[in-house]
Structures are given as C-alpha cells and as structure tokens.
Design a protein around this ligand. Structure first.
Ligand code: BGC
Length: 423
C-alpha cells in the first residue's frame, strides 16, 4: 500500500474501448474514404457489453479505482435529445464498480464529441460552452450521487500541443516538397498525402459542412483555448451546483521538459503553454489530473529527438518512466493542490518492460509523496489494448490483451503487478 486511500487503477476512454460510437465525430471521420485513420474503431473492445467482466478482472487483480469516460455522443446523439437508456448504461457501469469496491472516476469529455456539435462549429464556437454545460448538468443530475471525482475535460491542452506539432510538420513537408517530387528518401509520399488531404477536406465538407471541422483534437490557438477553459469552468459550476461535494478537475498532457544545454527559453515557453497559463483557471479545482508518457529534450535550437540509441516505445516515444516524478515535482512548484496521475503508460509488446515502467513510475510517485507533494492516485493507461485513435489497434498499452476476433481478454502480468500495490 502506498498511502491511505491512494487510488491504484487503470484508465480507458469510451470511444477507444466501447465500440459502435456511431453518433460521434470520430466515427464519421474514421469511415471517410480518405480518412487518416489506419482503421476504423468498429466494435473496439466491446467494453460496452463486457464492462462487467472487465471491472471484475480489475477488482480481482487488486485495483481499487477505474477511470473511464462518459460518451457525450451516446447521451445526446441529436441536439437536445437525451437518451435515457444510455445514462442508465453508465449508471450500471458505476454500480458495477461500486459493487466490487472499485472507485469510479468519470471523465465527461475524452476527445470525442457528438457529430451535431461539430456541424455547429465545434470547439471553436462559443456556443459549445453552453452545450457542454447542458450535457454535464444532465449527466451529473442523474449520476452525481454516486461519484466522488469527476474530470471535466481530458487533456484540455491537447489542441495547443497539436498546433505546435503541426507547425513542425508543415515546415518539414514544405522543406521536403521543395526538394523532391513524390516519394522521398524517408519513405514518405508527400504528394499522395497532400492529395489525400484534399479529398479528406472535401469529404469533411460533405459531412460537417466545413473542410476543416473543429473537433476537440484539432490544432487550436490561445483564443480557441479559451473556449475549452470556459467549458471546464461551466462544467465545474454545474457540478458544484448539483453536488458540491464532488471533487472536480481537468487533466493535462504534460511532458518532462529537459534541457541538454541552452534550451531554457524554449522550455519556459513550452511549459507556459502546456501548463502555467491554465493556473488561474484551475486554482479553485479540487484536483489536477496529470498525464505523462515521456520526456522531451531541448537544446539551443529548440526541441530535440530522443537521444541516439534510446529505447523507443511503439508510439516512438522514448521509454522514460522517470519522467512522471519529474513532471509532478515541476507541477508542484506552481500548483499546490491535489494531483491525481490520471494517465501514465507505455505501448510495448514486452510486458516485463511494462512492469518495469510501472515500478519506476510509482517509485517516482513515492519520492514525491515523501517530499510532501499531495498525490491521490495513479491510473495506468490503459486497462486493455485498445483503439489508439489514428493509429488504430496497433499500439499495445494494455494491462490486458484483447483478441481482435473473439474479443477474449487475457490479463498480462502487469495487471497483477499494478494490483499488488494495493496489498
Ligand atoms: C489520451 C489517450 C491516449 C493516450 C495514449 C492520451 O493522450 O488521453 O486517449 O490513448 O494518451 O496515446
């Protein structure tokens, strides 16, 4: 046991595990002829039907908490039409958790939105704030009495991070396009990619009424970031109105930004964008969800690739579990509230390396606790191998393997290893 009441759990997101999320923006984009998704989500892990088995497996292994998301596109498949069967479904998921003494931690928005919301302007439209408020109010009114912790928005900073990545990507594409026509040395076919993008834009226009629909996971600037912040604040207000005792927070994707020499100014800028500028809005939250997967190096010319010879995960991130403790410590310099590690994990086939990753990550947490930092829980990403967005089912993050044909679950050693921290 790490500390009294410390949560040791696993996390999932509705769209990545449930299956058949047909009213969502992602579903439509995955199924476009020129989609950038490697494959569509389809029935995902059929968690929508198998959640009882999945929750039991977690409980049997010793996990005492489960972080999952409620799917807005199921609850409100059409504007203003709320589906009671779906809220009953989530009530049952929560009840199942409670019956196994697994604490349910709910996320209200984990990347996917109802398609109708995107047709109305999506995450750059101010109206989204009030739509989100109404959805949150409906969900919390029905389920709030059974909840202790609620995450409003998963990785509120994702759009800003994507903007930074897109800028680098665009630059690279432009450089390559100047030198080569078609296929380039690295095996990229930029010409084909550009052509695909053109068709994808046309398909998006047909579906959403715009070639560039603003889904939650779209690049955004600081102006549009305000909409996300306002949505969080509106959700918090609704939750507190209905159930003042529910602990409310958002989650942020945070990197361990390290300087190899001369990179301080880039790090300062990146950390401000990734974290510090949210402080005024989250200071009255009850907790902050920290999500970390790796470190990022900076030098005098900006961001650097992983060091030569570094072990890379399937996501091509550097395998670096020490990042978690570093990030928590850095967050704590400016944020003195409670931290929950709402995601941390590794996509890798070798489960021994996953066990080692968890071990190192939790060592980091223990050190931080000893230094007096308030940390309330650790949620490994993810409970099972699931739909890793555009990368389809190629990434093995899970504590549990899922046979893609039979849907049969097989617990990996790492599931029991994680559960052993509760004993
Ligand atoms: C997201 C998850 C995702 C995970 C691994 C996080 O950014 O919240 O949905 O699957 O990282 O890439």
């Amino acid at each position: 046991m790490i500390a009294k009441d410390f949560m040791i759990g696993a996390a999932t997101a509705a769209h990545q595990v449930e299956g058949n999320n047909i009213h969502s923006d992602y579903w439509l984009q995955e199924n476009m002829p020129h989609t950038s998704f490697l494959e569509p989500s389809g029935i995902a892990c059929d968690h929508y039907n198998r959640y009882k088995e999945d929750i039991k497996m977690m409980a049997d292994a010793g996990l005492n908490a489960y972080r999952f998301s409620i799917e807005w596109a199921r609850i409100e498949p059409e504007e203003g039409l709320f589906d009671e069967n779906e809220i009953n479904h989530y009530e049952d998921v929560i009840n199942t958790c409670l019956s196994y003494n697994v604490k349910p931690i709910v996320t209200l928005m984990h990347f996917t939105s109802p398609a109708w919301l995107i047709k109305k302007g999506g995450w750059t439209s101010v109206s989204t704030v009030e739509y989100f408020r109404r959805y949150v109010s409906y969900v919390i009114d029905k389920l709030g009495s059974k909840l202790e912790f609620v995450c409003t928005i998963n990785e509120a900073n994702m759009g800003l991070q994507l903007a930074a990545i897109s800028k680098r990507f665009k630059l690279m594409a432009e450089q390559v396009a100047k030198k080569a026509d078609g296929t380039v040395q690295v095996g990229m076919n930029f010409e084909k990619m550009m052509e695909n993008m053109k068709y994808a834009a046309m398909e998006n226009a047909q579906i959403f009424g715009t070639p560039d629909p603003k889904i939650f996971v779209s690049s955004r600037d600081l102006n549009d970031d305000e909409i996300v912040i306002k949505a969080h604040l509106a959700a918090r207000e609704e939750i507190k109105k209905l159930y003042p005792n529910i602990k409310v927070g958002l989650t942020l994707s945070l990197h361990d930004l390290q300087d190899v020499g001369g990179g301080e100014k880039y790090i300062k800028e990146a950390w401000n964008e990734e974290f510090s500028h949210y402080l005024p809005y989250i200071k009255d939250d009850d907790f902050l969800g920290v999500q970390n997967y790796t470190r990022t190096l900076y030098g005098e010319n900006g961001q650097l690739p992983a060091p030569e010879g570094a072990e890379l995960t399937q996501m091509n991130y550097e395998y670096y579990p020490e990042a978690l403790g570093n990030v928590i410590r850095k967050v704590n310099e400016e944020y003195k509230g409670v931290i929950i590690v709402t995601e941390n994990g590794v996509a890798i086939d070798d489960d021994e390396r996953r066990v080692n990753f968890i071990n190192k990550a939790i060592e980091g947490i223990k050190k931080c606790l000893n230094e007096g930092i308030k940390i309330n829980g650790y949620f490994y990403w993810s409970l099972m191998d699931n739909f890793e967005w555009q990368k389809g089912y190629s990434q093995k993050f899970g504590l549990v393997a899922v046979d893609r044909t039979s849907m049969e679950r097989t617990a990996k050693k790492s599931l029991y290893y994680l559960g052993s921290y509760n004993k």
